[in-house]
Design a protein around this ligand. Sequence first.
Ligand code: 3NM
Length: 238
Amino acid sequence: MTNVSNRSNLDISAYFVVGPENTKNRPVAPIIKDVVDAGYTCIQIRSKTASALELIELTKEAADVIEKAGRADEVTLLVDDRLDVVLAAKKMGIKIDGIHVGQSDIPVEICRAYLGEDAVIGLSARTHDLFDYIKTADVSLIDYFGAGPLHETETKPDCGTGADGKVITRSFEELAELAKASSIPIVVGGGVKLADIPQLAETGVDGFFVISAISEADNPRAEAEKLIEAWKENYKRK
Ligand code: 3NM
């Protein structure tokens, strides 16, 4: 295995997020294998219920899947929110590339201080004033923004509501503006299904992320392939 920093290699175009609560009681690792074999470039382990030990074990399984597929230098492996898990996994020699955090999770400054310059750090940019936020956030600390949700989603019901009590979703027009305004890559998810991919790819954002479209599919490999093929067909360079 060569030792290319995944920060410089970062490709968030096809991004799968998963945890044990998302797979309809099926083991997670075989679904990660399906997605890695389908060519996905980013895997995020995310669970709000699993213990630290379970998350470390799952991270190890994911790293092994990526390594066995011969894609360790192409696929970025991240853990959501849990700096403790990332640090423990690294200490155990697991090839984990970094962390994804939300705006109210552990601050990116702290993640960067603990994980160092080579780590990949992603930040969910969910705020009412998204455009101001992407201009004021310290992008020297962050490698990409996650923006969403595109649609209201049962997978993450607490995506943030507006004054009318409804979940704030992002329109394709808004995402196209965001893609132009941001100096770092943007990945978009939240209720994304195959039918959304062509329009999403045309906004000029850098990638899509999904959980349930793949993790709950009867045939995760087939769904993963359909999504990534649709993205590749429709993606236009900014
Ligand atoms: N973050 P699904 S939406 C993890 O908007 C996550 O920031 C979101 O799951 C955001 O593909 C989301 O099943 C859940 O809708 C995405």
